[in-house]
Design a protein around this ligand. Structure first.
Ligand SMILES: NC(=O)c1ccc[n+]([C@@H]2O[C@H](COP(=O)([O-])OP(=O)(O)OC[C@H]3O[C@@H](n4cnc5c(N)ncnc54)[C@H](OP(=O)(O)O)[C@@H]3O)[C@@H](O)[C@H]2O)c1
Length: 258
């Protein structure tokens, strides 16, 4: 199974209500769930998958390994803990959450876990051009993904092209800027949404999809979850995309500079 274009972001989805959101998302068509050890909700993700009517092998699960597990052995052991938390016998995609100084050593542990069939794909998150280049020069298995901040106000056009040219898929984190009101209240986006009879959020997500970007919007609300996958009955034309391109502030909303 290849990574689906749209996934569910799960940051802040915890406890019983978190399980219910994950289960509902799967039952309405989501097939990719993005979690991380840092979010403390891998158990909820596993439970949501088991309680849904979707088979485990039809779901693509991503998790991420973070500090303090930043040596070969600690990364290896952390993935075994993720397998246990999720209650699965393989994980589809494991990422190094941030470019910790020992990332090459951490990545070697992930490569060994692929050989042992405990993990299917491996990649990184929040890596800049230099870090990706260095990784490509040292790895045996090229990273499948770099998960980075990307939304209509931080489009990272040249870095996106750089990664795509190297066959590294780009997953946009916080594709709604973690504050959907910024998109909903934007006049240019409002106008484009009206033209296509869609809402502003759908326009912002569609823009990323049309650029070949994978998206993982988070919502705890069933109606919003539905809206966020209802993106395939319209397409943005050249005039729309030029207008959206002009909204790029070329600056991380969260202060993560690449
Ligand atoms: N790799 C990394 O370092 C990293 C960093 C940040 C995030 N992530 C991942 O990326 C995922 C997404 O990012 P995020 O959670 O920060 O933010 P996001 O997906 O950009 O935005 C989530 C916010 O938008 C609202 N929302 C969602 N759909 C909406 C809709 N259709 N209409 C109106 N409001 C809507 C949500 O509210 P409701 O829940 O109330 O609907 C929530 O407040 C995370 O959950 C996580 O999995 C990764």
């Amino acid at each position: 199974m290849e990574m689906p274009k749209i996934g569910l972001g799960t940051y802040l989805l915890k406890g019983r209500s978190g399980i219910e959101v994950i289960k509902s998302a799967l039952e309405m068509g989501y097939r990719h769930i993005d979690t991380a050890q840092m979010y403390g909700n891998e158990k909820e993700v596993g439970e949501g998958v088991r309680e849904s009517n979707v088979k485990r092998e039809d779901v693509f699960i991503t998790t991420k390994i973070c500090t303090p597990n930043t040596s070969y052995q600690k990364t290896y052991d952390a993935v075994l803990i993720s397998l246990k938390n999720l209650g699965v016998d393989y994980i589809d995609l494991v990422l190094i959450h941030e470019p910790y100084s020992a990332y090459l050593e951490m990545y070697r542990a992930l490569e060994d876990l692929v050989k042992e069939k405990k993990v299917r794909y491996i990649g990184v998150s929040n890596f800049n051009k230099n870090e990706i280049t260095n990784l490509l020069n040292h790895c045996k298995i090229p990273p499948y993904v770099n998960q980075i901040e990307m939304h209509i106000f931080y489009q990272q056009e040249s870095y996106l092209k750089f990664l795509q040219e190297r066959n590294i898929k780009v997953v946009a984190w916080s594709p709604l800027c973690a504050d959907a009101s910024l998109i909903i209240n934007n006049d240019a986006i409002k106008k484009i949404a009206k033209k296509h009879k869609k809402n502003e959020i759908q326009v912002a997500l569609r823009f990323l999809l049309q650029n070949g970007v994978y998206i993982i919007p988070k919502s705890k609300d069933k109606n919003r979850l539905k809206e966020n996958i209802d993106l395939f009955d319209f397409s943005l034309d050249n005039e729309d995309t030029q207008e959206i391109k002009s909204l790029d502030l070329n600056k991380s909303k969260f202060g993560w500079y690449y």
